[in-house]
Design a protein around this ligand. Sequence first.
Ligand SMILES: [Zn+2]
Length: 422
Amino acid sequence: MRHDGRSLARAGTRLTLITSTTGPRPADFTDVRATNLAVVLRFVRENAPCSRADIAASTGLNKATVSSLVADLIERRLVRETGLTENRVGRPATMLVLDGSPYAAAGIEVNVDGLTVVAVDLSGRQVLTLRKSFPGIGASATQAVAAVAALARRTVNRMVREERRVLGLVVAVPGLVGVEGRVRFAPNLDWHDVDLAHDLAAALRDPEFPIQVDNDANLGALAEHRFGPYGGAGNLVYLTGEVGVGAGVIVDGRLLRGGQGFSGELGHVQVDPAGPRCGCGRLGCLEAVAGIGAVFGRFSEGGPAVSPAVVAPEIDEVVRLARAGDRATLAVLADIGGSLGKGVAILANLLNPQAVVLGGHYVPLAPWLIPAAEAEARVRTIAPDAGGCRIVASTLGYGAAALGGAARVLDFIESGRLPTRP
Ligand SMILES: [Zn+2]
C-alpha cells in the first residue's frame, strides 16, 4: 500500500503533463494502479526501448513501484524485455519494448463506395487491412448494419485464428455522431438517427469487446496524430476528401468534439455565397465547391453526373490529365485548391494548426491542389505565413479513418482500461 500511496502523490504531480495529450483525464481515475500502469505503458510506447530506471526517472514513480508495474504489464503481455544494453553508465539495464501481440484493436470505415477494416496489434503494427465494395448510397441503414457486422465477424474470426483477442471495434461514419455514439445524420449515406453501435452489438450477439461509433474525420485525425508524420504536432487538422468534407481537429494534443460532438463541419462553412447548392441544402458550402463531388461536377459539366461509387477510376483519369499538363484540368484543380485554401484559412485563423492533412481522394490530387491552397490560405490568414500551417497529403492511405478507429481503441487501453491477463 505504501507504494500505491506514493504513486498516488506522484501520479498527481504527473497529471498536468498527461492531460495535455490524449491520455487519461482525472475523471477517468478509478484505480490508481490502473492509471500508473497506463502511464508506464504510454512511456514505453513513446520511448522504447527504455529501461525501468528510465521510466522511474521520467515518470516520478519510485523504482519499486515501476518494477511491480512492469512485471504486471509483462504478465499481461503488453510489454516485453529485449536483451541488455551496456551503452550507459553503471550496470547494464534490461530494455523494454511494447508487446501486445496477443491482442488486436479494430476499426471499420463506412463510406459511400465501400467498407474498410484495419486491425492493429497493441504496438500499432497493422495485422489486417481489407477493403470491400459496398453501395453506401442506396443501401438502407439495416443493410449497412448487416454488411458492417459481416465484416466485423470476418475480422474477429481471422484474429481468433491468429490467437489474438479483439479488445475493441470503433466504426467510422461520414456524418454527425453524437457524444453518446448515435449517428444523428449522415447526408451522403441518407442515414437519420441510426444507433449503429447498438444494432451492431445485437448483430454480433453482444461480443465481449466494446463497439463504438465516431465521425470519420475525427478518427482520421486520431490516426494522423498517432501514426502520421505530423504525429508529434499537438495541433493538427485532418480533412476528409470524400463526397463530404469533414475536419477532425486536434487542439493541444486532444480531439476537439464540441458540446454535442458535432464540431469540425468545415464542409458546411459557406465559402461562396453564389456557389452551387450543397447536399445539405445550403448554397456555396466548402463541400459543394471543393469536395470530390465538386471536382467531378467541374469535369462533367453538361455530361452525366459521376456516381460516387466510381470515384477511384475517375480520379485516376483526372491525375492522368494533370500529369499530361492538360490546361483545363490544371485550371480546375487550381481553382478547387484555392477554395480549399479558403477553408484552411478559417482553420488557421481560428486554431493555428501546425498542419492541415488532406485525406481520402484528395491525396492523389494533392500535388495540384496544395500550391493554390497554400497561396490562398496565406493571403487570408492574419498571422504571417498562415501561422506556420503546412498543408500536406496524408500518407496513411484510404483506410485512415479505419486506422483511426483502431487507434481510438489503443487510446482507451492507454488511458487505463487494460486487458486482463491472456
Ligand atoms: Zn452544406
